[in-house]
Design a protein around this ligand. Structure first.
Ligand code: NAD
Ligand code: DAU
Length: 350
C-alpha cells in the first residue's frame, strides 16, 4: 500500500515508518522537523520505498499536491506537538499544529477523497493517533479508561489532542470521511526525545546530573513499548471507521518505580564509583495540573482485532536504557542547542 504518514520523523512515527517500509509499503513521510523530529529517518531511503517531504500538515497546497501525486491508500497522522511541559509554557504552538494543522489536513484530505472513484473511496482510511491523556486523570482503584470514558483533558496538550479528536469525529459524522482514532498510553523505547521521563532520567544519570522527579513520584503511567505499536496497523487494516480504539501496555508503574528501574539497570551495567544512581533522585516542584494516574482498558482492541502487547515493562526498560548507552552519536546529536535551552527553561531553579 501507499501511505501518507505525518510526523514520521518523530519517536513513534519513525518506528512505524521503518516497520511499514520493511513490510513493503511505500511511505510518503510528511514532517516539519521540529525540535523532536530527527533527520536520521528523513535521510534513510530504504530502497526508495521511503519518500521524505519536509513540510507542515497545515500547508494545504503541499498536502493537496502530495495527495494528487502519490494517491495514498491511507493517511496516518502522528504529527503533533507532544510534550505536556512545553504545552504549559506555550499552549498556542499546540493549537497551531494539533488543532488547526489536523483540521486543515482533514479538510484537504476530505476534498481529495470526495473526488475518488467509488472503490478507492470506500477503501481509503484516515487514522488519527491520539492519547489517553484526553480522558483526564484517574485515582488509585478507579477502573481503567475505556473507549466510552468521557473526555476531560487537563493540560493544554491534552486539550489540543481532545480538540483534534473531536474534529476527526466530526468529519466522520458530518461528511462520512472514513476516519478512525487510537488513544494510546505512554510509549517508551529507542529514539524518544530526551525531554520525556525515561530518556531524560537515563541521560541525566549517565552524566551524574540530578534526576528530577515531579512532586512525590507517586503519579502512575501505563507504559507501552513503541515496538508494540503494530497496534496502529491492526486498527488501520481491520478497525471500523468512526470508531476509537484504546491501546495500552498493561504496565502501570509509579514514576518513582520507573526511575528506580532505570537506576537498577545502570547500576548493573555501568556501576559508578560515585555510588548508586538512585542517590541522584531529586524531588522537584510538581507539574501544574499533573494528572495522577492513567490506565488503559484495551479489551476492545484485543477482543475485536486480536492485538496484545508483547513486551514486559522490565525487559523493555532494560533494552531501552541499553539503546541509549549504545547510541551515543544519536544522543549527542539531539542534545543540541534547543535541548540545552529546554533543560534551562524547565529545570533550572525548579
Ligand atoms: P514526537 O514529538 O517524538 O514526534 C512528533 C513529530 O511530528 C516530529 O517528527 C515533528 O517534527 C512532527 N511535527 C510536529 N509538528 C508538525 C507539523 N505541523 N507538521 C508536520 N510534522 C510535524 O511525538 P511522538 O511521541 O512520536 O508522538 C506521535 C503522536 O503520538 C502524537 O500525535 C502524540 O500525541 C501521540 N501519542 C504519543 C504518545 C507517547 O507516549 N509518546 C502516547 C500516545 C499518543
Ligand atoms: O499518556 C500518553 C502521553 O504520554 C502522550 O500523549 C504524550 O505525548 C507523552 O509525552 C506522555 O505524556 P506524560 O506527561 O505522561 O510523559 P512524560 O514522559 O513527560 O512524563 C511521565 C511522568 O513522569 C509524568 O507523570 C511526569 C513525570 N516526570 C516527567 C519529566 C519529564 C517527572 O517526574 N520528571 C520529569 O522530568
Amino acid at each position: 500500500a501507499t501511505l501518507l504518514v505525518t510526523g514520521g520523523a518523530g519517536f513513534i512515527g519513525s518506528c512505524y515508518v521503518l516497520a511499514r517500509c520493511t513490510a513493503g509499503d511505500t511511505i510518503i513521510n510528511l514532517d516539519k522537523l521540529t525540535y523532536s523530529g530527527n533527520l536520521e529517518i528523513a535521510s534513510a531511503n530504504m530502497q526508495f520505498s521511503h519518500i521524505f517531504v519536509h513540510g507542515d500538515i497545515g500547508n494545504e497546497e503541499l498536502v493537496e499536491y502530495l495527495l494528487k501525486i502519490y494517491q495514498p491508500d491511507a493517511i496516518v497522522n502522528f504529527a503533533a506537538e507532544s510534550h505536556v511541559d512545553r504545552s504549559i509554557i506555550d499552549p498556542e504552538a499546540f493549537v497551531r499544529t494539533n488543532v488547526l494543522g489536523t483540521c486543515t489536513l482533514l479538510r484537504t484530505a476530505k476534498a481529495w477523497w470526495n473526488e475518488l472513484a467509488a472503490d478507492r473511496k470506500d477503501a481509503f482510511r484516515f487514522l488519527h493517533v491520539s492519547t489517553d491523556e484526553v480522558f483526564g486523570a484517574l485515582q488509585p482503584g478507579d477502573p481503567a479508561f475505556t473507549e466510552t470514558t468521557p473526555y476531560s483533558p487537563n493540560s493544554p496538550y491534552s486539550a489540543s489532542k481532545a480538540a483534534s479528536d473531536h474534529f476527526v469525529r466530526a468529519f466522520y459524522e458530518t461528511y462520512g470521511f472514513p476516519a478512525l482514532i487510537t488513544n494510546c498510553s505512554n510509549n517508551y523505547g529507542p529514539r524518544q526525545f530526551p525531554e520525556k521521563l525515561i530518556p531524560l532520567v537515563t541521560l541525566n544519570a549517565l552524566a551524574r546530573k540530578t534526576l528530577p522527579v515531579y512532586g512525590t513520584g507517586s503519579n502512575i503511567r501505563d507504559w507501552l513499548h513503541v515496538e508494540d505499536m503494530p497496534a496502529i496497523q491492526r486498527v488501520l487494516e481491520a478497525g471500523k471507521t468512526g470508531q476509537t480504539y484504546n491501546i495500552g501496555g498493561n504496565s502501570e508503574r509509579t514514576n518513582l518505580q520507573v526511575v528506580h528501574g532505570i537506576c537498577d539497570v545502570l547500576d548493573a551495567v555501568c556501576p559508578s564509583a560515585e555510588g548508586p544512581y538512585a542517590a541522584l533522585v531529586k524531588f522537584v516542584t510538581d507539574r501544574p495540573g499533573h494528572d495522577f494516574r492513567y490506565a488503559i482498558n484495551a479489551r476492545k482492541l484485543s477482543s475485536e482485532l486480536g492485538w496484545h502487547p508483547t513486551h514486559t515493562f522490565e525487559e523493555g526498560l532494560r533494552d531501552t536504557v541499553l539503546w541509549y548507552l549504545n547510541n551515543k552519536i544519536w544522543v549527542e546529536n539531539v542534545q543540541s542547542g534547543d535541548y540545552r535551552n529546554w533543560m534551562q527553561t524547565n529545570y533550572v531553579g525548579r
